[in-house]
Write a protein that binds this ligand. Structure first.
Ligand SMILES: O=C(O)CCC(=O)C(=O)O
Ligand SMILES: [Fe+2]
Length: 373
């Protein structure tokens, strides 16, 4: 099928088809992908079940519902630890501490990498019985991430002699652990009598993702994601209610008849930092549906956070498009910045998110330093 990209109006995130045949089409799609990532930091990837079978996505959502409805002590048996794996309950995570009164109205389950098909973390019975499906789903996501990274490298015209189209992908596969994380998310509906304040409370506070790229799976009829388009962002980092929050529909026009909503792909802080902010790490959040206290439905989503191999040194990207953006200061290509590894970058961001879980308090300071915002 022909690759297709359309900008359906101002402020709308482009929809791209990555079902590619032939090199000419590949570079056309790659260019569109880089344009979308440079302008919005987000792009919809049509989902016809070619990269990831629709059934595998449906099964993951079924499993997610089963897990989140299981008894509290079962969930507590795999509680999140410093390695960022496991279950985090309601209000555990506070993505935007400056603007939030309480933590996010969500619960989540993080899976780190599997080794030889086995999870490297405690699993409650429902996941234990589905370990091979979880492993397979993670593989699908990882493979799709590598395909996208290849397209980004082509779109950025990375120098052939330095590795060309494989430059990013080769730093995300084989040889050692990485921060790659599969995350199931559940945003429960508000029960009557709960301490929920519609004017301030939020399902997931404003944040940008930490890694290279994120794949996000959403469900029809369960909206809530919003972004601040980079071009509307102000210098003073206003992520509060008066920022230019723009809803991101689950099914943008033209995708309603696809077998599954498009997969949203967004750029994380690390890839933005790495490309001297050519690709944007866009701030986003998840809000409650309008309608008040007793309204709304449960919302489920699944995110795959792609990261380079932990020991990867974030050396300058050998691309003229990236080099011309080197202005010094925060840029990897500039002077005076310590070349950090992917793992150092990730740890600095995690410490800022899970207030209190990491014992030292350096996280906030380090996060400020590496933030691409
Ligand atoms: O649930 C969503 O739609 C977004 C989740 C998200 O942004 C995250 O977990 O980083
Ligand atoms: Fe996110």
């Amino acid at each position: 099928m022909a690759a297709q990209s359309e900008k359906n109006g101002i402020g709308q995130i482009p929809i791209i088809d990555i079902d590619i045949s032939g090199a000419a089409q590949e570079s056309e799609v790659a260019e569109k992908l880089v344009d979308a990532a440079a302008r919005y930091g987000f792009v919809y990837v049509r989902n016809q079940g070619k990269d990831i079978p629709i059934e595998a996505i449906e099964n993951m959502f079924d499993l997610s519902r089963t897990f989140f409805s299981s008894p509290a002590d079962e969930k507590a048996s795999c509680k999140i630890t410093e390695n960022n794996r496991g279950w985090s309950g309601m209000h555990t995570e506070t993505l935007d501490a400056k603007n939030q009164r309480v933590g996010d109205f969500k619960e989540a389950m993080n899976f780190g990498e599997f080794v030889e098909g086995k999870a490297q973390q405690p699993l409650p019975p429902c996941f234990r019985a589905n370990e091979s499906n979880l492993n397979q789903f993670q593989k699908y996501c990882h493979t799709m991430m590598l395909k996208l990274l290849k397209l980004f490298a082509i779109g950025l015209k990375i120098d052939e002699e330095a590795g060309g189209s494989d430059w990013f992908a080769s730093r995300h596969r084989g040889g050692g652990p990485s921060g790659c994380t599969l995350r199931l998310l559940h945003y429960p509906q508000i029960s009557s009598g709960s301490d929920y304040q519609p004017s301030v409370d939020i399902r997931a506070g404003a944040h940008s993702d930490y890694g290279s790229i994120t794949l996000l799976f959403q469900r029809p009829g369960q909206p809530g994601l919003e972004i601040i388009p980079p071009e509307t962002r102000t210098a003073e980092k206003n992520y509060g209610p008066t920022a230019a929050w723009t809803p991101v529909p689950v099914n943008p026009p033209g995708t309603e008849n696809d077998p599954s909503p498009p997969i949203l792909v967004n750029i994380g802080d690390l890839l933005s930092h790495w490309t001297n902010n050519l690709l944007k790490s866009t701030v986003h959040r998840v809000v409650f549906p309008k309608g008040g206290k007793d309204g709304g439905e449960d919302r489920y989503s699944i995110a795959y956070f792609g990261h380079p191999i932990s020991s990867t040194i974030l050396e300058p990207v050998p691309s003229e498009m990236v080099r011309v953006l080197a202005l010094g200061g925060e840029n990897v290509n500039g002077s005076g910045v310590k070349a950090m590894t992917a793992d150092e970058h990730l740890m600095s961001r995690l410490k800022a998110t899970y207030l209190g879980m990491y014992k030292d308090d350096e996280g906030d300071k380090e996060a400020e330093k590496v933030s691409t915002s």
